[in-house]
Design a protein around this ligand. Structure first.
Ligand code: GKR
Ligand code: MG
Length: 423
């Protein structure tokens, strides 16, 4: 009853607004893959992962070798995946989406199956996934309002869809976006995606946010868009507890170590520490004081717990990273976060930016900025097969096969380099 009989891997595409970052702009469609692991008795477990061609072909290559394995034997499944998966160049992929990097291949592919197996284990035992991780330490998980500079609509897409958020290219536009998002979702922390405009303009937006939402902790994340010199110049402007943490101001561990030596503001990362292999050097340099976990590339929910123990041991803060995703991922993130006591910050999520879903019941609700931890067996979500078919069809027709923010930005600005640090 717990042996894997078949695996379905379905690439999907859903609409994504023109969100700006240091690399460029989001394309009109974001890609994901839905993973279904099935047992003979008709049960299925769900996973959600990246949708770039490389990830899809790796998932497809591994799947046949898992048939007949026991969903409870995660160690054996990890060993099988490690033996089967082909390791690409560790530097291949998109730096801004760490889960697409070659260096994270085995943990990324394992994670997709691990979550599906945990969902199945939960369904077989009648327990929610967080119980399989030791039980919840909180009843709901806090997420933050994840603000982006953005265009009003995609100028180069044939699809007539226009998102409901409008343009945000100024401090006023960002405050307006925050207001809408907080009104609708109740978020109690704010993150501003930066690295888009001159840093002073982005700090003006932070100040405007502080004035409008004095009780909301603030973070800014230029994705390594600033040099060490620029960051050093900006640091005094963050005085007075403006920031809860400063995320990836400069690119790479060495640069982050240099910035860290200049400030008491905690530095956070989802770029220079993306796996256990990055930890020794980061610790040696004291390069980061907060790590943004992400089960999608860190090796699953249990590996995220292991990272939490490392963070506890070394007195490093733990937060959670996100890329564009749907509800299966949100539920996996919620179960992991529910079972980690030192996850001390509201988690990131892109979820409000997406309108489509693949789960029964549509979009997951937030209350006061938090998602309630479900007590149903498994992840607590079921697949809406009609919705899945629509998004699978989108994938076939959208023409995108790997996220490329740089190429998309070049449509607006042909001389765009997309190189970091830019300032
Ligand atoms: O979606 O543009 C984006 C984000 O910049 C994303 O790609 C990052 O991986 O959210 C992420 C981050 O915190 O760096
Ligand atoms: Mg980040």
């Amino acid at each position: 009853m717990s042996l894997i009989e078949s695996i379905e891997i379905t690439p999907i595409a859903f609409r994504d607004p023109p969100l700006l970052n240091a690399y460029g702009v989001h394309e009109a469609w974001a890609l994901r893959t839905i993973i279904e692991v099935k047992t003979r008795d008709g049960r299925y477990g769900l996973g959600e992962s990246y949708g770039d061609e490389q990830t899809i072909s790796q998932l497809q290559a591994v799947a046949p070798s898992l048939i007949g394995m026991d969903v409870f034997h995660l160690n054996a499944i990890r060993n099988r995946i490690t033996a089967v998966v082909k390791q690409p160049d560790p530097k291949s992929g998109l730096e801004i989406a760490p889960g697409t990097l070659g260096a994270t291949t085995v943990p990324r592919i394992f994670s997709a199956f691990e979550v599906a197996c945990l969902d199945l284990m939960g369904k077989i035992t009648g327990r929610p996934v967080c119980d399989l991780l030791g039980g919840k330490v909180r009843d709901s998980v806090d997420y933050s309002a994840y603000l982006f500079y953005k265009f009003d609509r995609h100028r180069f897409s044939d699809d007539p869809w226009v998102d409901r958020w409008g343009e945000a290219l100024t401090p006023e536009g960002i405050v307006e976006q925050a207001r809408k998002m907080i009104e609708q979702y109740g978020f109690r922390s704010i993150k501003l995606k930066a690295g888009v405009f001159e840093p002073e303009a982005e700090i003006a937006a932070l100040r405007a946010l502080k004035q409008a939402f004095p009780d909301h902790p603030l973070r800014i994340d230029p994705n390594g868009g600033w040099s060490v010199e620029t960051t050093a110049r900006l640091l005094p402007q963050f005085d007075g507890n403006l920031l809860q943490y400063l995320e990836d101001p400069a690119p790479g561990k060495e640069a982050m170590g240099q910035v860290s030596a200049l400030t008491d503001i905690p530095l956070a990362t989802n770029m220079c520490v993306i796996g256990n292999f990055d930890l020794p050097r980061a610790l040696e340099l004291d390069a980061v004081q907060v790590i943004l976990s992400d089960h999608h590339y860190w090796g699953g929910l249990k590996a995220t717990q292991e990272l939490a123990y490392v963070c506890k041991t070394w007195n490093i803060g733990l937060s959670m990273h996100s890329n564009s995703h749907l509800g299966i991922s949100l539920m996996a993130m919620t179960h992991a976060a529910a079972a980690i006591d030192n996850l001390s910050y509201a988690c990131d999520t892109h979820y409000p930016w997406q309108e489509e879903e693949v789960i029964v019941g549509g979009k997951i609700a937030f209350e006061n900025g938090a998602v309630r931890v479900p007590d149903k067996p498994g992840l607590g979500v079921e697949l809406d097969r009609e919705a899945l078919a629509v998004l699978a069809q989108n994938y076939l027709t959208c023409g995108i096969r790997a996220r490329d923010d740089v190429a998309e930005m070049r449509k607006y600005q042909p001389d765009w380099s997309g190189k970091i640090p830019r300032y």
